[in-house]
Design a protein around this ligand. Structure first.
Ligand code: ADP
Ligand code: MG
Length: 448
């Protein structure tokens, strides 16, 4: 029919506009490397913030002792402790507890919320077994993961820059009442915290509840993932998160950061939190649908790279991976979510095609971003007689669960790297926001 022909024409046009041929990906990678240089040269020099993390020591594997972590940045928070036993025993033990934030606290003051967190931490410390006990007089130390853009002022201080995750109130009203309160609260919470010293607030609360604990490192989940990856493998040089959002962090030579005016760290290295989700380039294949979604978002014009790579995709993933002959998963998703029933097989196939177009575009662009980082570090080519290996640690639900996405990411990186691809390895680094943060507390301990 005419309508079907029109639908096919739209599909073809979308496929064309979302196309990511190798040449285009190389342009994206080059643009990423250029923006990295610009963001390192001066504050505000690029859409890439290239935040100096003050992490100048990554874990080596020699760390010993017990360390705590607090992971805040989602729908709940986690407290955990690890017992590190050096090269032989590694992470000998770990324990954690997940706590959800009561909705009424989300609409209260940031003080009340931090008091609640400090109290939960104190209760958790009270359950500490003997193995974890520190030598007398030694203070407990904590790595604090706060997965929102923070302007760091030292390894253990920083202020929240802005709210980036794309929850909107409209999204929330479609959900149940409790969630609505929660989303409102989350926004209120973060608007209260913008400009505040996050560690200062937490430290005051720790004092109020009488818990003697020092915040040794304030990090985000990307940096935690880098730390966890490095702990497992000394060749890890960068980390990429692919979840509801996307971000990357990598190890830069301190003298290659013109905007850094402090003393050069002893290690000669500095971890940079790229905040790459905000990358934007005329080479990105954007369609009218991307523009429409952006305009409707909480943060129009921002996080463009993130908006075309990640998202809340479990339904899309389920449809994309539907292997049944009648595409029954697609059928039931269309019925349950969009209230479109009795779809034909032909229609369902179009939906799978759409999932393919959008997810593969995202995966290929993420691979181009990784190539950009490798280029910036001069690790995208094989050098005569040199056998260096570069490992990228990845984490996040999208990378972990969306198989077609992660497969495309990996094969695209191979395609882009050619003969250099043998020296580049992608690896899964789990729980950077937990264990990774505890490891960073260890590598930035006051007792080193
Ligand atoms: P974040 O920390 O950024 O919120 P997570 O790493 O916790 O994200 O992962 C959550 C995201 O992972 C979801 O928004 C979705 O994009 C993706 N995801 C989770 N489960 C699945 C799944 N089964 N299939 C595909 N993607 C998934
Ligand atoms: Mg996460």
């Amino acid at each position: 029919s005419g309508r079907w022909a029109k639908a096919m024409a739209i599909l073809e046009e979308l496929k064309d506009k979302c196309g990511t041929p190798t040449g285009k990906l190389r342009q994206v990678a080059d643009a990423m490397a250029v923006e990295m240089h610009a963001g390192l040269a001066s504050e505000g020099g690029s859409k890439l913030k290239m935040i100096i993390s003050y992490v100048d020591n990554l874990p080596t594997g020699d760390e010993r002792g017990s360390f705590y972590a607090l992971d805040l940045g989602g729908t709940n928070f986690r407290v955990l402790r690890v017992l590190l036993g050096g090269k032989e025993k590694r992470v000998a033990k770990q324990e954690f507890e997940e706590v959800s934030i009561p909705p009424d606290l989300m609409i209260g003051t940031s003080e009340a919320l931090f008091d609640f967190i400090a109290d939960a931490l104190k209760k958790f410390v009270d359950t500490e077994g003997e193995d974890y006990h520190l030598s007398p007089g030694r203070q407990r130390e904590l790595g604090f993961t706060f997965s929102f853009p923070v302007k760091q002022t030292s390894i253990a201080s920083g202020t929240l820059v802005k709210w980036t995750k794309g929850f909107s109130i409209e999204d929330a009203v479609n959900l149940n009442c409790l969630l609505t309160i929660w989303f409102f609260g989350l926004e209120l919470f973060f608007s209260m915290l913008v400009g505040e010293d996050i560690v200062g607030e937490l430290t005051k609360s720790l004092e109020r509840v009488g818990l003697d604990m020092r915040v040794a490192a304030l990090v985000n989940d990307t940096i935690g993932t880098l730390a966890g990856g490095r702990y497992d493998n000394p060749d890890v040089i960068a980390a990429v998160i692919l979840g509801t959002g996307t971000n990357a962090a990598y190890v830069e030579r301190a003298h290659a950061i013109p905007k850094w005016h402090g003393l050069l760290p002893k290690s000669g290295e500095m971890v940079i939190n790229m905040e790459w989700g905000n990358f934007r380039s005329s080479h990105l294949p954007l369609t009218e649908y991307d523009l429409a979604m952006d305009v409707d978002s909480l943060n129009p014009g921002e996080q463009i790279y993130e908006k075309i790579i990640s998202g809340m995709t479990p339904h899309m993933s389920a449809m994309h991976h539907d292997t049944s002959s009648d595409l029954k998963v697609v059928g039931s998703k269309l019925k349950d979510i969009l209230e479109i029933s009795n779809t034909s097989l032909k229609t369902r196939k179009v939906i799978v095609e759409l999932c393919e177009i959008i997810s593969i575009r995202g995966a290929r662009l993420a691979a181009a971003g990784i190539l950009g980082v490798l280029k910036k570090l001069g690790r995208d080519t094989v050098k005569e007689g040199e056998k260096q290996s570069s490992v990228i640690a990845l984490d996040g639900g999208l990378y972990e669960h969306y198989t077609k996405f992660s497969n495309a990411l990996e094969s695209t990186l191979k395609e882009l790297l050619g003969e250099a691809s043998d020296s580049i390895v992608l690896t899964h680094s789990n729980d950077g926001s937990g264990v990774g943060a505890a490891l960073l507390a260890a590598s930035h301990s006051q007792y080193l």
